[in-house]
Design a protein around this ligand. Structure first.
Ligand code: MBD
Ligand code: FE
Length: 286
């Protein structure tokens, strides 16, 4: 019984790792060849110098060096490089990339974005199972420019985990586009998205990232979150996430991707069950 559960979990982690690696390869922003020689020299030399310094200062042993080597080999075999990098490094890349934006805050994309989700009208229910569990959530708002101009027809791409913390296309048994959609805002930039509240998300604990977390005595949790990409012609696309006030792990996200501006505080739904919240997106010009 225990063995079966462990095997299923392993299969799930391996499947999500392989799917994330494939997704990354198909949507890669740049290739290694796009980074010029001088930059590679500078950045890799400094990264290695930092590692050398750590080895000296902490008197790293051959046993520890071999543990690192075998762990690094396994990260690739588990397909967990996208997970590892997005959880522990991407937040600083995002900070640097977006530091001069005036509009809405962004945060990390993470490993589970899939382009070309079904297009939906300005008021829409995300694709979901007939018996989808979770508190109904109406997520509504307006997309404008920094000067307040409504951005007609802005695209609000949204993806999030289900009530059990699973993402469609990265966990077995979910419909392909479950809780994923590309909502086209109306002529005044408004949108109304009907979905369910996602659950907190635990990164896979049975692969290499999980082994690292256990070995270091950390926890594997991200707070419940909605992922979004919001775009409009002539404006910079923003990749962001929104969290829920008072939710578990809002203050200790394993991926360090929470910002105070990104915390929603939904109230009771004005009509129907569940909760609703308004959040407006402000896009910088290109
Ligand atoms: C996620 O859902 C996520 O958003 C990040 C950043 C890492 C792992 C899983
Ligand atoms: Fe996520």
């Amino acid at each position: 019984m225990t063995d079966t559960i462990t095997e299923q979990a392993t299969a799930a982690a391996a499947a999500s790792g392989a799917a994330a690696t494939e997704q990354f390869r198909s949507k890669q922003r740049t290739g290694a060849a796009d980074v010029d020689t001088e930059r590679v020299d500078t950045l890799v030399s400094e990264l290695l110098a930092a590692a050398h310094d750590i080895v000296r200062r902490h008197q790293v042993t051959y046993a520890e060096y071999d543990a690192l080597k075998s762990w690094l080999i396994q990260v690739g075999e588990d397909g967990e490089w996208p997970l590892f990098l997005d959880v522990w490094l991407e937040h600083i890349v995002e900070e640097v990339a977006n530091e001069s934006r005036e509009g809405s805050k962004g945060t990390i994309e993470g490993p589970y974005y899939v382009p070309d989700a079904p297009r939906l009208p300005a008021e829409a229910r995300l694709p979901m199972r007939a018996d989808e569990e979770g508190t109904p959530l109406l997520f509504q708002g307006q997309v404008t420019g920094v000067d307040g101009t409504p951005l007609a027809g802005a695209l609000v791409e949204i993806w999030h985990a289900d009530n059990d913390g699973y993402y469609a296309q990265f966990a077995p048994g979910l419909p392909q586009w479950n809780l994923r959609g590309a909502v086209v805002a109306d002529d005044t930039g408004h949108f109304w998205i009907h979905t369910i509240e996602p659950a907190p998300y635990q990164i896979p604990t049975d692969g290499s990232c999980g082994r690292l977390i256990a070995a270091a005595g950390w926890h594997a949790w991200r707070p419940a979150h909605l992922h979004l990409k919001v775009s409009a012609p002539g404006h910079q696309l923003i990749t962001t996430q929104l969290y829920f006030k008072g939710g578990e792990h809002v203050v200790d996200d394993i991926a360090s991707a929470v910002k105070p501006e990104l915390i929603l505080d939904p109230g009771p739904a004005v009509s129907g069950d569940g909760r609703e919240v308004t959040y407006d997106f402000v896009l910088d010009k290109v």
